[in-house]
Design a protein around this ligand. Sequence first.
Ligand code: VNL
Length: 388
Amino acid sequence: MKKRTVLGALVLLGVWVGTGAWAQDSFKVGLILPMTGPFASTGKQIEAAARLYMAQNGTTVVGKKVELIVKDDTAAPDVTKRLAQELVVNEKVQVLAGFGLTPLALSTAPIATQSKTPLVVMAAATSSITQASPYIIRTSFTLPQAAVAMGDWAPRNGIKKVVSLVSDYGPGIDAEKFFKDRFLFNGGQVLETLRVPMRNPDFAPFLQKVRDLKPDALYVFVPSGAGTALMKQFVERGLDKSGIRLIGTGDVTDDDILNGMGDVALGVVTSHHYSASHDSPINKKFVDAFQKANGGLRPNFMAVGGYDGMRVIYEALRATKGQGGGDALLAAMKGQIFESPRGPMFIDAQTRDVVHNIYIRKVERVNGQLFNNEFESLKDVKDPGKSR
Ligand code: VNL
């Protein structure tokens, strides 16, 4: 009698484990980021923001324990793809997230499609990324959103002749093209379009060329983290004293590094979706909590993409009552609308891309610190890359 009870219990346990009941008590999110190398600041910001969201909202959602598994892809696309495959197959993650750069998101898109796993892009910003898989959702931004806004602002503000200088890959090409088209449409003139290598660029020869061409402004896109080197060489080439203004998408005056740039950054006007000085109660709370948890580090636009990405994941888990399943989660991610630290945002169900305000900002010193202060805003901007 006793023997049979033990045997029965073992059989039951076997069935229980076999159906994956254990695994189903947790909800795993695979967060793949560049944690080392030249783009490590992006990984650091996003991981910190994701952890903050979890600390503020609890790690148990509809009875599931949310587990964040962080992997360092060193910004190498083949590594990102392999890590994603391992996370899906071995760890049984329900969602893939992170993706610090465009090539890292693009290399992993087929994994999302084949495994029907929602992939939340928290950083990469080339327009076409969401078209690489029907399982991709984006909470960062798109370069065309920011670039078109600058192509409208500049000619209205005395800037008629521009040289553009972009990082030579997806987001840089988007930043160049969408700015140029709009700027020309508004009667502006682009004297030259310059492209610098994505990794370890030497800006000096390009900046010398800009000096010689004497445009009203230099329009730039460089990825998050690269702004410091550009600013340094801008001063070294004497461009700060040449009367040539500096404009661009907000990546160049990234909040992570802005404060260390010094006077050269003062007055730089950029277009972007997030500034740490965005004036709203939700953002103040976000910035304070982020700084408190991270030794005073200021959150940048990467952090906000990570924070909002976790929000989208949590709410999808809640809406599907913990049932899981990639298709159900994906459906619950589409159409989410909420107030982010950046302002109002939503995930367009049709394009799976983010719709939010784009702000025109100017670098100013406030209480001894440099900030991108927003002074104009465009409401509910969809990705212009999708409407062509
Ligand atoms: C990308 C776009 C990367 C904007 C960035 O920083 C950025 C990208 C690392 O799509 O690769 O600021």
